[in-house]
Design a binder for this molecule. Structure first.
Ligand SMILES: Cc1cc2nc3c(=O)[nH]c(=O)nc-3n(C[C@H](O)[C@H](O)[C@H](O)COP(=O)(O)OP(=O)(O)OC[C@H]3O[C@@H](n4cnc5c(N)ncnc54)[C@H](O)[C@@H]3O)c2cc1C
Ligand code: SF4
Ligand code: SF4
Ligand code: SF4
Length: 410
């Protein structure tokens, strides 16, 4: 009996987030998740096996859209950090993700989080040990592979606590698997999401620079501070390479959104209310009295469940919190509530991806998105006071814009 269409036929590939949820939903195993020619995870449907039952569409975050019946405005907005120096130092911002996760493990629950595989691609795992949890620390600025994870994680929710951490579209996908009777055992944390890049530039970058010698990568190493973090590449022979983010061709392309998947430019989840019980980000607009180069997290609790989890960590002495407002939070974190600043794909995106798909190395394609030599030189010679002044002017304009957006109730 035909009751619907596969999710991908409803939304088309350009709107797909690569979350892999439809693959888990198909009882006939008609969907496999593959890397497309331009380096994004996409469902491949076996048309002979598919019977158009429409089950996969019920679990697609884009078909279902944001579902916010249980919330309106956030319960609270905080700046925060872990009270453990080592957790804070080895996490991307303030280490709140790790603290939430370790509390769930201590209670006998499991954590669904993202770890880097030996082939330097991230994937989500169901984690039940502190040793494995360590590997979730740090943002991996690449699409994570969640094939098979949603269904298994949903089974866990019937017997123990589950914390799911991921991008907002992954969180929304997971929510579709949780039975209402089990919802109280579930806590979800979404990250403020700048979007996901193709894996082609990353694979090319690693192959060009390191071949098989790379052991580990940390996209946000804090040895030069949180706000000036660098990317750290550790080789198998013990050599360590630090690269400034804006001098790393892969990260530069990520930050300019030169090779993002298309849906990330009009993400339906970059808005208030947020999809997770808790939302985590870097508190870039942290008030000066709280600024700390060890890292400060931005935390938005959107449900009572999220608020309880965060306040519980404070009561147990695991984290420090201070109150802030959505306006302050959003000023330097536009993706908290809008698609700014990447509402439009990079003008050279298609060319970048086409040339990478043909096998051209990233270093020769990077000139399509890197600033010209004159701009780079200007950045170097402009005194930091002048750069600060320009930044402050831009920030003031943004604050006014976001205040207007919030007041409009977007
Ligand atoms: C792709 C991506 C884009 C982001 N963009 C922004 C942004 O624009 N603005 C901003 O303020 N913050 C952004 N963040 C969030 C930020 O980098 C921190 O992850 C967040 O502040 C939490 O920091 P933490 O110190 O608590 O934990 P962290 O040490 O950062 O732990 C990260 C947690 O996120 C999960 N995770 C890591 N990589 C991925 C991935 N590729 N896919 C899904 N889950 C993952 C891990 O399971 C882990 O639990 C982004 C994160 C990612 C993964
Ligand atoms: S059989 Fe149903 S769930 Fe599977 S791909 Fe087809 S429509 Fe989707
Ligand atoms: S469920 Fe995810 S992977 Fe499948 S079509 Fe929807 S967005 Fe794409
Ligand atoms: S920007 Fe939106 S669609 Fe893209 S990965 Fe993040 S949450 Fe998913």
């Amino acid at each position: 009996m035909k009751a619907g269409k596969p999710a991908l036929d409803i939304i088309t590939s350009d709107a797909c987030t690569g979350c892999a949820s439809c693959g888990d939903a198909c009882g006939r195993q008609a969907i496999s998740i593959c890397l497309s020619d331009d380096g994004f995870y996409r469902p491949l449907i076996d048309r002979e096996t598919c019977n158009d039952c429409g089950a996969c569409a019920q679990h697609c975050p884009i078909v279902q859209g944001p579902d916010f019946n249980d919330r309106k405005a956030p319960e609270a907005t905080y700046g925060a950090w872990s009270n453990s120096e080592s957790v804070r130092q080895t996490s991307t911002s303030g280490g709140i993700a790790f603290e939430l996760a370790s509390a769930v493990l201590e209670e006998g629950g499991v954590v669904v989080g993202c770890v880097m595989r030996d082939d330097h691609l991230p994937y989500h795992r169901i984690i039940d040990s502190m040793e494995e949890l360590q590997k979730t620390k740090g943002s991996k600025y690449l699409p994570s592979n969640l094939e098979g994870v949603y269904k298994r994680a949903a089974l866990e929710t019937s017997r123990r606590r589950v914390l799911f951490i991921g991008t907002p579209c992954q969180v929304r996908a997971f929510e579709t698997y949780v039975k209402p009777a089990n919802r109280d055992r579930v806590l979800t944390a979404d990250v403020i999401c700048f979007g996901l890049p193709s894996v082609l530039p990353w694979k090319s970058h690693v192959a060009e620079l390191f071949g098989d010698d790379l052991k580990l990568v940390n996209f946000r190493d804090k040895s030069t501070g949180w706000s000036h973090s660098s990317v750290k590449y550790a080789m198998k022979d013990g050599t360590v390479i630090h690269q400034k983010s804006n001098e790393d061709v892969f990260l530069d392309g990520f930050h300019t959104a030169a090779f993002h998947q298309l849906i990330c430019h009009s993400c339906p989840f970059a808005k208030i209310p947020r999809v997770g019980d808790v939302t985590l980000g870097d508190f870039w607009g942290v008030p000066p009295e709280w600024k700390d180069e060890r890292g400060v997290s931005l935390v938005v609790a959107s449900t009572k469940r999220g608020l309880l989890a965060i306040n519980d960590l404070r009561e147990r002495g695991q984290i420090t919190l201070f109150n802030t407002t959505l306006q302050v939070a959003a000023a330097a974190n536009p993706r908290l509530l809008s698609n700014h600043p990447i509402e439009h794909p990079h003008p050279r995106r298609a060319e970048v991806l086409r040339r990478l798909a043909k096998g051209e190395p990233l270093c020769s394609v990077a000139s399509l998105y890197q600033p010209c030599l004159a701009v780079r030189l200007l950045k170097r010679v402009l005194p930091s006071t002048a750069r600060m002044f320009i930044k402050n002017v831009v920030r003031t304009i943004k604050t006014k814009t976001f205040r207007a957006i919030i007041e409009r109730g977007t």
